[in-house]
Ligand binder design. Structure first.
Ligand SMILES: [Zn+2]
Ligand SMILES: [Zn+2]
Length: 260
């Protein structure tokens, strides 16, 4: 165990009222601890490399385990591939131009997304949105996008969950990019047992599930849309949404997610 580990644990004992890391729930000392008489030498060690990441509410250890997908990427779905080109799953036609994600759906990122989606831990949005902003800067900022469109959830699920996690992410990305967000898609069916289907079955089952809301058709026709979601798994949801948008007369659809 590192010196930093002990120092952070010590700070936790000294200042039990401090905030905790939103990921591991370890104590997160505040940057103004100097006012509380902590020796400058200890502060120097704790503060190096922006160790506390105060603004995000996440500790150094958790932050360092959140890492972007490494290049080269599959040209279509953005997963890491050994050589530039397409991954085996992407040897096919899709309704979207490309999809990019911040990181792999595993470890800390998986845990954060799961808690954000199912445990209504809304405050996790700050970390997840900053991952999305990084993915935007890295992969999509140079594309001329007109609208951000969140992947919708069914009204029933919205009632259960209280919010649509994709919409929350899209709104944050909208304020970051200054590109307006439009809830242009509607979800018709409440599908069950999706996890047990294979990719082809999922795509078939989702056909016609996502349609463009009639009141927004004129806004999106001939425009370039960035579809926003939390996770890209098989790509079947992205495909069904992109198809719905293309059928309504959209020019191009791109996809961004936090993880894949
Ligand atoms: Zn942590
Ligand atoms: Zn691929």
């Amino acid at each position: 165990m590192s010196l930093r580990y002990y120092l952070e644990a010590l700070l936790g004992l000294l200042y039990p009222q401090e905030r905790s890391c939103m990921s591991c729930r370890g104590l997160l000392p505040e940057t103004n601890s100097t006012d509380k008489g902590l020796p400058a030498s200890l502060l120097g060690i704790l503060r190096n490399e922006g160790a506390w990441l105060e603004d995000k509410g996440i500790c150094f250890r958790c932050r360092s385990s959140l890492s972007p997908i490494e290049p080269p990427y599959c040209l279509l779905c953005g997963r890491h591939v050994p050589q530039p080109g397409h991954c085996p799953e992407c040897e096919r036609e899709t309704s979207f131009v490309l999809s990019r994600s911040y990181g792999k759906y595993e470890g800390v990122l998986r845990d954060l997304l799961h808690r954000f989606k199912f445990s209504r831990e809304d405050e996790l949005i700050t970390i997840l949105a900053s991952c999305l902003h990084e993915a935007w800067d890295l992969h999509l900022a140079h594309f001329p996008i007109d609208w951000l469109v969140p992947v919708p959830i069914h009204a029933e699920r919205l009632k259960e969950r209280g919010y649509n996690q994709a919409e929350r992410l899209a709104l944050h990305l909208s304020s970051y990019t200054k590109i307006p967000c439009l809830p242009a898609l509607r979800r018709h069916l409440h599908l069950k047992g999706q996890a047990t289907r294979d990719r082809k079955e999922r795509i078939q089952a989702l056909q016609g599930t996502f349609v463009c809301d009639l009141q927004y058709v004129s806004e999106i026709q001939g425009k370039r849309i960035l579809l926003v979601d939390d996770i890209y798994t098989t790509g079947s949801t992205a495909e069904a949404c992109a198809k719905g948008l293309m059928d309504a007369g959209v020019e191009q659809v791109y996809v961004i997610t936090v993880a894949r």
